[in-house]
Design a protein around this ligand. Structure first.
Ligand SMILES: [Fe+2]
Length: 378
């Protein structure tokens, strides 16, 4: 694809900065929210993160109900029960607070009302959606995609629709301060995989290559210190930006083989999304780099390597080494062996069904290639 032939629009209004949650009420008013459903998980409430937000809501004249049954990796059943809550309370707007799961649940609720029969049951044309991420990684606060788990068939499936773009995202890095070390680490690696997959994508376009490369740089600069000291606000701020940039970049450039394999892996072996991406990323990079060594060499340069002393292919391999060093430094030691991953053929067949991601992946992929990557990552 010619990088200079494109169109783009970022639909979500982004409000970024420390203590931005103070703007929650004015934002909800600008969305004309009257009956609000807050989508949140119990962990966010127990960690005390929600109390500050609720205090703001109590000072508004907006009616709200709290839907807190969200579980990690939202299932069809959870989404249906949230839809019932919308219908019961005549909801016109959603506020999703949390990591990928509450935000994905809220988006799936919005998508449920694209169905004409269900749409008649609410008073607005489309439910408004405000997202407030409390983790740094998924980028879900701005993406037009939602990943839902079909427990019965042990599958994850993605819905992609530009009407799923949240209306506003309030990204306040202060909210990520209490995020535990492990979630900081794997979330950060999810953000890195978004930025790398978007950057090397066959559908990458210049404005978002710039955003994605900045996202990679942010992870390089800030993931180690964020893992090392969660109170380091500069690091938290850098990782919140890396996550946001990853979300913007992937929405406009697509993803690749890491996510294509990660979905069936997560659905079958209950490996958290960020962790399965972490495990796969270096091996997928190694496989892909021959298709675009220049971009992988540039990733090495972003990681601080003086690439002039190497050939382009040597420099491209350095990018893989730098990502492996990062994974080691942030304390992630797991491999697929730790999750007793088997059924490589089955995983590969399901990964091949992720056609959009494979189309944007820099290198064409066969079932045998995916099995080799799974063996490498075992
Ligand atoms: Fe991801």
């Amino acid at each position: 694809m010619n990088s200079f032939d494109f169109e783009f629009q970022i639909k979500t209004k982004i409000k970024f900065g420390r203590n931005k949650i103070k703007e929650i009420n004015s934002t909800l008013h600008s969305l004309a929210a009257k009956n609000l459903m807050v989508v949140v998980d119990k962990g966010i409430i127990e960690a005390g993160i929600f109390s500050g937000i609720e205090k703001e809501l109590q000072n508004s004249n907006i009616n709200y109900v709290v839907y807190d049954k969200v579980k990690p990796d939202p299932t069809i059943e959870i989404v249906n029960s949230a839809v019932e809550c919308v219908l019961k309370n005549d909801i016109d707007s959603l506020l999703a607070v949390g990591g990928g799961s509450p935000i994905d649940t809220a988006k799936a609720v919005v998508a449920s009302f694209f169905d004409n029969d269900l749409k008649k049951e609410i008073s607005v044309d489309r439910l408004k959606l405000l997202t407030i991420p409390t983790t740094a990684g998924s980028g879900s606060e701005v993406t037009t995609a939602v990943v839902i788990t079909d427990q019965e068939n042990k599958k994850k499936f993605a819905l992609i629709d530009e009407n799923l773009a949240p209306d506003v995202a309030i990204v306040d890095p202060e909210l990520t301060k209490s995020l535990p070390t492990f979630l900081t680490a794997v979330g950060g690696m999810d953000a890195l995989s978004h930025n790398i997959e978007a950057y090397v994508s066959q559908d990458a376009v210049l404005p978002f290559e710039m955003i994605a490369t900045k996202g990679i740089e942010m992870v390089k600069d800030y993931l180690r210190p964020a893992v090392g000291n969660g109170n380091n606000m500069a690091a938290r701020e850098g990782m919140a930006l890396a996550s946001l940039f990853g979300g913007i970049a992937l929405t406009n450039c697509g993803l690749g083989l890491v996510h294509a394999i990660s979905h069936p892996l997560g659905g079958n072996f209950e490996i958290p999304h960020g962790l399965s991406n972490t495990i796969l990323l270096p091996y997928v990079m190694k496989f892909n780099l021959i298709a675009n060594p220049k971009k992988y060499a540039n990733i090495a340069r972003i990681f601080g390597i003086d690439i002039n002393q190497y050939t382009e292919m040597e420099a491209a391999y350095k990018a893989v080494e730098e990502v492996q060093k990062l994974i080691k430094d942030i304390g992630i030691t797991e491999s697929l062996r730790d999750f007793k991953v088997d059924k490589f053929e089955y995983i590969a067949e399901h990964a091949l069904e992720e056609r959009a991601m494979l189309k944007s992946n820099p290198r064409p992929v066969t079932k045998a290639n995916i099995i080799d990557i799974l063996k490498d990552a075992y």
